[in-house]
Design a protein around this ligand. Structure first.
Ligand code: FES
Ligand SMILES: [Fe+2]
Length: 398
């Protein structure tokens, strides 16, 4: 063995994850991807956003889910309830909402021929109704999708009857993440990246920090503990199909002068690497200087002190995926706070661009057929866990 010795500590704790090589076919096979669509994305609970994206009655947003061949309309009803529907008019299938997000006064009108639906999905007006003698409005509402909200996060399930409730799906993590105080944040920024890469390759770079001293040598690596050239997570925990990474704080960290300046005005990434305030016995207990939770199959919540961010990673095709990034910060009320927030935002963007660059190069090379397998080590056990979880779903075991 070369480099810093390692104990295999996570593999020892989670021997069921195995240590063997991983078939490249899982990333390149169209047939396998089709199985993932059915066995994972049409069965499991999926995060589609946050209720802060639709805070007022009549607010709505649309999520394109190519992986399930549909687009989903999420709307807050007059009664304040968040509901989800297939975004498809019952007349001839046009989208009912054409914008990515918007507001309606209680009704959504199809722009093609003017059929109207209320925010509970009921069809309330059929244009030229006399010429549709066999159409009964009560049978032709929007097609509903199972939907639930947890701590503000909106989840849907595309199964006719989900195999488990949203609460049951979240049981392994709810007790942990649920202690974080999510109040007082607003959506501050978002990025959307369209990449030529398999959705698992895209996620895998976010499921281990071991690459930080290499790929992010000039960015993130300065803010974590690195021994020699090795990064060791402060914690990795597997919780059902989900899991969390804790990032070890550096022994000393001197942020760049601009970051120090920004942090004087408001919330930014510098705080993330500081000592965590004591949250009390019932508060969220950080595993590291920041914690990165993965909710199977494709949702991440990054918890920091004073801000959080999320990733949704959506497969489009076996070799194409969308990476949605959303940051939630305390509301800004002056220019200094805005400066701090903007600085923090670009601080997150730069390492993400380093990741993106690598994703596409890897995806192109995995297709070459030059290697039948790839390998994961102990610090990459959460990467292995994702692949194992997907494979178990495909085999009908999870
Ligand atoms: S497709 Fe919507 S009214 Fe015709
Ligand atoms: Fe990275």
């Amino acid at each position: 063995m070369t480099g810093t010795e390692t104990s295999g500590r996570f593999t020892a704790r989670y021997p069921q994850e195995g240590t063997g090589p991983i078939p490249v076919e899982r990333y390149t096979s169209n047939a396998y991807f089709e199985q993932e669509k059915t066995a994972v994305f049409r069965r499991k609970w999926l995060n589609v956003g946050h209720e802060l994206q639709a805070p007022k009655p009549g607010d709505y947003f649309v999520v394109q889910l190519q992986v399930a061949d549909t687009s989903i309309l999420v709307v807050r009803g007059k009664d304040g309830v968040i509901r989800a529907f297939h975004n498809m008019c019952s007349h001839r299938g046009a989208p009912v909402a054409w914008d990515a997000q918007g507001h309606c006064r209680g009704f959504l009108t199809c722009r093609f021929h003017g059929w109207v639906y209320d925010t509970t999905g009921k069809l309330v007006h059929v244009s030229d109704a006399g010429n549709f003698p066999s159409v009964r409005a009560e049978d032709n509402g929007l097609a509903p999708v199972h939907c639930g909200v947890w701590n503000g996060f909106i989840f849907i399930n595309l199964a006719k009857e989900p195999e488990e409730t949203l609460d049951a799906y979240l049981v392994p993590v709810a007790e942990h993440i649920g202690r974080y105080d999510f109040s007082g944040f607003v959506p501050a920024f978002s990025y959307r990246i369209d990449e030529n890469v398999n959705w698992k390759t895209l996620q895998e770079a976010q499921l281990e920090g071991w690459h930080l001293p290499f790929l992010h040598e000039k960015t993130l690596a300065r803010a974590v503990k690195v021994e020699g050239r090795q990064y060791r997570h402060s914690a990795i925990e597997l919780h059902g199909l989900h899991g969390v990474l804790g990032s070890p704080p550096p022994d000393s960290f001197t942020p760049p002068p601009t970051a120090m300046l920004a942090s004087q005005f408001g919330t930014g990434t510098v705080q993330a690497f500081g000592t965590k305030a004591d949250k009390g016995a019932d508060g969220y207990q950080f595993r590291g200087s920041f914690d990165f939770w993965h909710l199977f199959p494709n949702f991440f919540i990054g918890l920091l002190d004073g801000l959080f961010f999320t990733f949704n990673i959506w497969p489009v095709a076996v070799d194409r995926s969308i990476w949605e990034i959303k940051g939630y910060y305390p509301p800004v009320s002056n220019a200094g706070q805005l400066f701090a927030q903007e600085y923090s935002k670009v601080g997150l963007r730069d390492p993400m661009m380093e990741d993106c660059f690598t994703h596409e190069l890897m995806a192109a090379q995995l297709k070459s057929g030059a290697k039948p397998v790839i390998h994961f080590q102990d610090e990459e056990i959460l990467v292995r866990h994702l692949g194992n979880g997907v494979d178990q779903c495909v085999r009908g075991l999870a």
